[in-house]
Write a protein that binds this ligand. Structure first.
Ligand code: ATP
Ligand code: MG
Length: 361
């Protein structure tokens, strides 16, 4: 029999989800969910992790729990196939984190390149909250609690997966084989590994204000797309343009499908032809942006419509979260008790502690 395949993945409830989340992980989760290849799927709203750098703003986290849940459902996450859970409601995850902390050095945490750049971004240099520095350990707890084999995420999560694998190896070698080493599952299309923001400079990120959100209205999307950064040297339509590093083309690579060309751009058979035309000169930015706009509408309109339906039934969304969290707790509790048994801190489980003394007497 093939080994059991289990997915764990998630997002921080620091804002609504954006199209970077969509191409980096969410779109793929729906495909994996519907593939039937996975025995269990856990999708986590990582509120405890979000608090590690938002400790003074719990209202922001609270206010985004349902926003993220709505985005999930709108994007096609099906509660009959995937458990959506809220991290802070599972104390098992916090317990595991505490035990794993003994297996990781401070120097190792400080070497993590994603954490390093996030510390810089948040101006934490001289005052890093301990919880923030340790969030890769808590992520290892999240992944291993469900014995996840597969973690579909964007490229910025690679160091977290490596840290998790190290913890698993260390735990298993010290205490015995309990934990499962997970594999990262990155998006197949290169530009989706780290989708740039509409500013073209940075990764699209809630913290940077350069996002197109899944819930954006047609008007919002239009404003954002028409104001997007392009090739600054492409001044006249006849000038040759650059496609590399031009976020309009990056988005076309991430979102466009053959049917979009058939319907909205009869002048070009496919993206490659469009790119060649732009590079040669004679294709204006406005025309390309208008095409991108149609692609974004085709992608986001059905998601927004579904979101509006779910917004009418918030008690249902809460019920989904409650059920998903309960199912997740069962699995996490099982792993935690195996972990405690392996660490021999399950003193009252089997009477062995007492027997050892009786045998001596
Ligand atoms: P924050 O600024 O609060 O960290 P974020 O926008 O970086 O928010 P996260 O919740 O940290 O979002 O990331 C959730 C998931 O989305 C992760 O799997 C991450 O790899 C992926 N992801 C986030 N931004 C992008 C992006 N621009 N391109 C591809 N994947 C992304
Ligand atoms: Mg992030």
């Amino acid at each position: 029999m093939a080994a059991t395949k289990i997915i764990l993945t998630g997002d921080r409830p620091t804002g609504r989800l954006h199209v970077g989340h969509y191409v980096g992980s969410l779109r793929n989760r729906v495909v994996l969910q519907d593939s039937g290849e996975f025995e269990k799927i856990f999708i986590m709203i990582a509120d405890a992790q979000a608090l590690t750098d938002n400790a003074d703003n719990p209202e922001k986290i609270r206010g985004n729990i349902l926003e993220v849940a709505l985005d999930y459902l709108a994007a096609g996450i099906d509660p009959a196939k995937s458990n959506i859970l809220i991290q802070s409601q599972l104390s098992e995850l916090t317990e595991l984190t505490f035990y794993y902390m003994n297996l990781v050095t401070v120097a190792r945490l400080q070497r993590n390149p994603t954490v390093k750049s996030e510390i810089q971004l948040r101006n934490f240099e001289s005052s890093i909250p301990v919880g923030f520095l340790c969030y890769p350990i808590s992520q290892a707890a999240d992944i291993t609690a469900f014995k996840a084999t597969t973690v579909p995420v964007g490229e910025d999560q690679e160091p977290m997966l490596e840290q998790t694998r190290e913890i698993v190896r260390k735990f298993n070698s010290v205490y015995g084989e309990v934990l499962v080493e997970p594999e990262i599952l990155l998006p197949k299309v290169e530009v989706c590994l780290r989708l740039p923001g509409t500013d073209g400079k940075n990764k699209m990120s809630k913290s940077l204000g350069n996002c197109i959100y899944l819930a954006d209205s047609e008007e919002d999307i239009k404003k954002k797309v028409m104001n997007m950064f392009t090739d600054p040297n492409h001044l006249m339509v006849s000038d040759p343009g650059q496609v590399e590093g031009n976020p309009v083309f990056t988005y076309l690579e991430a979102f466009s499908k053959q049917e979009h060309f058939d319907e909205y751009d009869p002048d070009h058979a496919n993206l490659q032809e469009m790119e060649e035309h732009y590079k040669k000169g004679g294709l204006g930015d406005v025309k390309v942006k208008k095409f991108l706009l149609n692609v974004m509408y085709e992608t986001l309109n059905p998601i927004r419509k579904r979101r509006q339906e779910f917004e009418k039934d918030i008690p249902y969304v809460c019920e989904v979260l409650k059920k998903g969290t309960e199912a997740a707790r069962e699995t996490a509790a099982r792993t935690l008790s195996e972990v405690k048994a392996a660490m021999k801190i399950n003193y009252f489980d089997d009477g062995a502690l007492i027997r050892a003394y009786e045998d001596r007497a």
